[in-house]
Design a protein around this ligand. Structure first.
Ligand SMILES: Cc1cc2nc3c(=O)[nH]c(=O)nc-3n(C[C@H](O)[C@H](O)[C@H](O)COP(=O)(O)OP(=O)(O)OC[C@H]3O[C@@H](n4cnc5c(N)ncnc54)[C@H](O)[C@@H]3O)c2cc1C
Length: 307
């Protein structure tokens, strides 16, 4: 099969990858983007209220499609396929996509974000344990369901807001003694009259045959007790998506890719942006900024290689 070549390949079509594509095209680079989910994790967000330019907020899905169509109209090649493997061959990066096609470029950007961690407890693969409320929450609409949310950070707060209009009762569980979500989310969750918060609560196991029917917990180190639930939504930890990279890179112990101040990884010509990168603020705006900067730095780097 013929190998397609570009100046720059971008793995991941979330806000970071698509912003990189917009900037790379405006720098004149032939740019190929991989990822079958236009807008990346934005589809999980009911309403984005902190992205500049939208004073009344904007649905995450809509913002994602705006950024996607901007990258498209700038002329980026948006493949809508995922990457099976990213390899290094001499001075080229090689992508093998999920259709088995090969693509190459002298520079590349990893913008693959992350995904929620599953809990290492008994029965963690039962039906009814979900990671995306936007995708799977509607399954419980009109069912008078009791839904547990695991994790009290910002993601857990967003899940409560979304699920509170679907479920009869939402139970927010966290081992921490205090909520970890930001103050605005705390106030929004506090206004919901169908959300019960159980802090200092450890999940010991999920119960059920094929479908989940409960969560076994211990609060404050007390005796195990079972809480009956119809479904669980996980927001307890995040894992960067790096499994497709087939050569070693410098990462944190949690697997986030370490970059220099110009967002280059430990492999020359390879950049990392957005949530997959070791950074302190993981948001849409910071991901877009990473993408823009990496595209400019990659262009400089490519020019340096060719001069
Ligand atoms: C529930 C929730 C609510 C949030 N609310 C807000 C908010 O209100 N405001 C805010 O600023 N931020 C919010 N965030 C955070 C924000 O969504 C992220 O910071 C942002 O999406 C990160 O962008 P990214 O492009 O780095 O990664 P992502 O958006 O994760 O996009 C990466 C894409 O790469 C894809 N990918 C992974 N592996 C491959 C592969 N092998 N080949 C091709 N593609 C691949 C992924 O599937 C994904 O589609 C929220 C996140 C969640 C989960």
């Amino acid at each position: 099969m013929k190998e397609e070549s570009s100046d720059l390949m971008i793995v991941g079509a979330g806000p970071a990858g698509l912003s990189a594509a917009i900037y790379a095209r405006r720098q004149g680079l032939v740019t190929t983007v991989f990822g079958d989910m236009p807008g990346g994790n934005l589809y999980m967000i009911q309403k984005v209220s902190n992205y500049p330019g939208f004073k009344d907020g904007v649905p995450g899905m809509q913002l994602g499609s705006f950024i996607f169509s901007q990258a498209q109209s700038e002329g980026a090649n948006l493949t809508m396929t995922n990457v099976e493997r990213l390899e290094k061959n001499g001075s080229s990066f090689i992508v093998v996509d999920t259709n088995g096609a090969r693509h190459s470029s002298p520079a590349a950007i990893i913008a693959t974000g992350g995904k929620p961690k599953r809990l290492a407890v008994e029965n963690s693969n039962l039906e009814g344990i979900h990671t995306c409320a936007m995708c799977d929450g509607p399954l419980y609409r009109g069912k008078e369901a009791t839904l547990a949310v695991v994790g009290s950070g910002d993601r857990g707060g967003h899940l409560c807001l979304l699920l509170s209009i679907i479920g009869r009762k939402i139970i927010l569980l966290d081992t921490n003694a205090a909520l970890e979500m930001n103050a605005a989310l705390q106030s929004a969750v506090a206004e919901l009259d169908n959300v019960e918060i159980l802090l200092g609560t450890e999940i010991l196991a999920f119960t059920g045959e094929n479908d989940i029917d409960g969560v076994q917990v211990s609060t404050g180190g007390g005796p195990p007790k079972k809480i009956a639930v119809d479904a669980v939504f996980l927001a307890a930890g995040w894992k960067p998506n790096t499994a497709m990279i087939s050569f070693p890179l410098k990462t944190t112990p949690q697997g986030y890719i370490i970059t220099d101040e110009k967002l280059m990884t430990s492999c020359p010509g390879l950049y990392a942006v957005g949530d997959v990168r070791d950074s302190d603020v993981k948001q849409i705006l910071t991901s877009c900024a990473d993408g823009a900067r990496a595209a400019v730095y990659a262009t400089e780097w490519l020019r340096g290689q060719n001069s």
